[in-house]
Design a binder for this molecule. Structure first.
Ligand code: PHE
Length: 423
């Protein structure tokens, strides 16, 4: 398999970079806000422990055992499965097609914040500012792909993640001094009614936030030299991802309550509401660009993981440089509808901007199906699964792991798929 990670630490870092993304800060905060705080968080933790973590470990074990990208790996499981990698690539491209657009918004707001400005979302989304910045993001992703796994993905993670954590700590330290802290903590601790809607939102959020079930973690693990200590790596990545989500809440909610914002504001929380808080707080002109750079570093490292999955697979046919070039063209074309939905064109489906439609309807409906297909292929279709798992999982936990990936994870995904239609 082409290039390998230069160390296990780099692999773990890249897995954290993939998992920690917009899902942790932008999506987690507003989902917890809309679903009543504490109950959502408890269900989220349960989903991570019993569905997300086992699924990540399964992908790690399979990737590091096959040591090839998704399509040759499926072909090795069975000749009949060779073409089944296509839905995974398409699904990742679908997510990436709007993920780069949101990353573009963030970059635009970062640039404005550096200039000490904040322009309302509605004013920007009617202009060509957002598409311009999205194209820059697509260029950056393609450049990293062109550079390679070590010179591109590794370098970006090694630079961006430490910066991300430093900024996160600074923002938390600032939020801890705010008068709204008490209300933020009681919002976290509040256990409201637990409904099926809260449960399915929490599970869906856990899958998305851990980047599991789409083949990305598989691909990252396939680049390992030796598949060592995978259980520790999966624990490190999923615990870090969860802590970052909770920590982001500690950074965001005191601002929300101190400056009288609405915690259930929704997707515009980061772009509309929080800048108002920054404008009002001491040193806000420093915290605002830091906040947008935090979002940008989280988003870019996740976008790289989505791109790497397809590049790893396609560069076997074209070579990496050519694959990266084709990929750039493809991504520009695929992201155009989402890009145009937040430009002067205002492209929409039934009144809903294409981007919101893809994120809220398409991805929500398809994610459980895609993840179900992956877990069925790996836990049921791959006959060496238990033998390989035994090499990595401490004996006392092996049967629990096998039970989780064979029954619990598929069952939960199936329920989630059905719940999306009836709730
Ligand atoms: N985990 C990323 C986030 O939290 C998003 C993502 C989802 C990345 C699925 C890859 C695959 O933002």
């Amino acid at each position: 398999m082409g290039e390998t990670w230069s160390s296990r630490a780099m692999f773990v870092l890249a897995a954290i970079g993939s998992a920690v993304g917009l899902g942790n800060i932008w999506r987690f905060s507003y989902m917890a806000g809309q679903h009543g705080g504490g109950s959502f968080i408890v269900l989220y933790l349960i989903s991570v422990a019993f569905v997300g973590l086992p699924l990540m470990l399964l992908e790690f074990i399979a990737g590091s055992s096959f040591k090839v990208p998704l399509s040759p790996a499926f072909a090795k499981i069975s000749g009949r499965f060779a073409s089944l990698s296509t839905p995974f690539h398409l699904f990742n491209l679908l997510i990436l097609s709007y993920y780069v657009v949101v990353t573009g918004w963030i970059l635009a707001y970062f640039a404005l914040a550096l200039l000490g400005q904040h322009v309302p979302f509605a004013a920007l989304s009617g202009s060509s500012v957002f598409p311009f910045f999205t194209i820059i993001v697509i260029g950056l992703v393609s450049l990293a792909m062109n550079a390679g796994l070590r010179a591109g993905v590794e370098k970006a993670n090694a630079f961006l993640l430490p910066v991300f954590f430093a900024i996160l700590l600074l923002l938390i330290a600032n939020s801890l001094t705010m008068p709204g802290l008490g209300r933020a903590l009681s919002f976290y601790a509040y256990l409201g009614e637990i409904t099926p809607a809260t449960a399915s939102a929490a599970l869906a959020q856990a899958l998305f936030s851990l980047s599991v079930g789409t083949g990305i973690m598989f691909t990252y693990a396939a680049h390992l030299k030796k598949g060592e200590r995978l259980t520790g790596s999966a624990l490190a990545a999923s615990i870090t991802d969860t802590l970052v989500a909770l920590a982001a809440g500690i950074a965001v909610f005191p601002m929300v309550f101190t400056y009288g914002l609405n915690p259930a504001e929704g997707p515009e929380l980061a772009f509309e509401a929080l800048p108002k808080a920054f404008a009002a707080m001491p040193f806000g002109n420093i915290f605002m660009p830091l906040f947008f750079f935090l979002l940008f570093s989280a988003a870019l490292t996740s976008a790289l993981s989505m791109a790497e999955m397809t590049i790893s697979d396609t560069s076997r046919a074209f070579g990496r440089k050519t694959a990266a070039l084709y990929f750039m063209g493809l991504l520009l074309a695929l992201s155009a509808p989402s890009m145009l939905s937040y430009s002067g064109f205002g492209l929409a489906i039934g009144g809903v901007p294409v981007l919101d439609y893809l994120d809220g309807t398409f991805v929500v409906a398809l994610y459980p199906l895609v993840a179900l297909l992956l877990v069925l292929l790996l836990a049921w279709g791959w006959k060496d699964m238990e033998k390989e798992a035994a090499k990595h999982i401490p004996l006392g936990f092996l049967s629990l792991f096998v039970f989780l990936v064979k029954f619990m994870v598929p069952g939960a995904l199936l329920l989630l798929f059905i719940a999306n239609f009836i709730l």
